[in-house]
Design a protein around this ligand. Sequence first.
Ligand SMILES: C[S@@+](CC[C@H](N)C(=O)[O-])C[C@H]1O[C@@H](n2cnc3c(N)ncnc32)[C@H](O)[C@@H]1O
Length: 628
Amino acid sequence: MSNATYGRENPLQTVNYSHYTDRLKKPADALSELKSADNKFLFTRALLMEHGILPTTLDRPAKSDKSQEELIKLMAEMEIGFDLQIGGKYKEAAKQFSMILIDSEPGTEDHAQALFQRAMSLFQMGLYTQCLMDVRQAMGSKYPPEIGSILYKFAGLVHRHLGRPKEAKTCYVECLRRLNDSNLTSEQQNQFRSEVAIAMDRCKFREKKEETKEETYWSSDDSALGRPIVEKLVGGRNENIPALSAFLELKSSINMGRGVYATHDINPGDVVAIEKPYIYGGWLLHKACCHNCLKVPIFPIPCTNCSLVYYCSKTCMDKSMKDGHNFVCPIIFFIRSMPGITDLNELALKWLLKELSKMGLKKYCSLVDTYSKSQTDSMTRGFNDDGQYKSDNFLTAYSLDICEEKMSIDEMFFFNCIAAEILQYLMLSGFKIQECYLASLINVERFPLKSKYYVTHPTALALYPSIGLFNHSCDANIKRSGKLSKKTRVMRAIQPIPKGRQLFFNYGRFFDNMKKETRQEICLDCFKFECCCQSCLENWPHYDSMPGGLSAMNILNPSMADTVIKECKRFEKFLNTVDRADYHLHLDYLNGFLKLLFTNVKLPFKKYYECLNVIDHIYTKLDYLTLG
Ligand SMILES: C[S@@+](CC[C@H](N)C(=O)[O-])C[C@H]1O[C@@H](n2cnc3c(N)ncnc32)[C@H](O)[C@@H]1O
């Protein structure tokens, strides 16, 4: 593979779907003539082979020692960065070190040095979180041992600035342990020790302050919030889809396909789904999270073979190897050099390996064949003959994808090419696959290679097959909670959901403040559907211009008008008098007010959404406190 350009691909940039078509001069058109997914895949694979695009070896571009010329160039580039730093031009310096990073190979000393220097510039710019990400990656790289103590001391300083005294202390202990490797004189070492002692003292002071703050917070009168919350599905577990509540069922509608509906009245706060991800992987921009458990370790340990993924412990490293990293490890460099969204390519590979380890090649391929041939109607996919939804993870995930007809030919060809390349790398890494299984093994239709699956979370990507059954609405009545590092995802009602109504969550993040046209554009662009939610169909006004007063037009139950007016005034007083930090102490009151408006006023109604925003704020804060 000569064109490997590790690290240049930005996972956030738009994918160039004509990457392969451009190289092969429009062969993708022939794909539209082929009917079955198997034939499309085999056609693409043969074409790539014919054009010499499929890799034939796993030889990485030689890691030759740098020539004298290259060394001089690197030093000159570093010097430019140092000069910018000395001159206080931190942004320019960060850019300069970024260029060096792109040109150096992860895991090498040059890479670690550039990371460390960029971290220092980011620190000066006050970008502590980004700075810490660089420091962590530098720690996981092959940095020169003599800078170890300085690197860990710096990490301590960054943690202190981020208000994490415990982590800072751990770094300081580690930096002292590495002091013997440094090339400081004994006098400089003594100076270093006394500086670290002062910094550690500051951590102690900070820790005490944190403890007091926590005590005052929890000594507030709501004891329910003072102990860890154990989430329970409302009504218990669903028989057919165990990740969902028993108060839900799956039904189909013309414009949204399958969706999840309430079979009982559901109240705001009720938990409607709890699911562990079927597969998950780190987000490349957040490289230093543990490849196995997704936690962000204080000291990331790089994989001893590839150096390209990190772990928080030896246990996680061993577990990951058993879970398939042994096959991915020799090819991860190449997988990350491929076009497309790198993280999704990795996730697709992980998924395939997981299925294969679970059921073996033969069974897996026959399952895919049976499934794709027997159930082509997207409305019935996933249901058995008794109308029950098959909750097996493989079939559930398989049946989620109904997107093929929405793809352009270029896109379809692109994904087939990616699949063919991934499979080829896998075979080159020693994974034995007989020719007859090739087509069933990689079915582009089912592979999570498309953006519609990715969770826009800065740490990781994960696939939740049952939660993936919820449709989108710009006026969501459920909300996800739980940090991805905890992996388990909890979905909770935020609005009253009467029996028979569909449950929706919001696929976008900042839809509340967008006008309909923008939301529609995003849905089409990112998720490939035209949004048919109620607020889009009825073209609800933007939040600021929603009706705020009661009238004959929007009161549903005139006998309740006085109560509604009185309660709206009370809510206004609440907003003016209660401190934002104490909102969570009034959750029952707020849910009650929301329900009153929901039952008696036609939506959209401004006060209703004001109240919903407050509730949303509370859950976000509770997640942070209880699940983080
Ligand atoms: C994650 S899936 C949801 C489950 C899906 N309806 C099914 O049948 O499996 C997302 C897909 O559902 C459909 N969908 C979800 N929300 C929608 C909406 N507001 N309007 C139209 N289609 C929607 C789109 O086809 C989208 O690609």
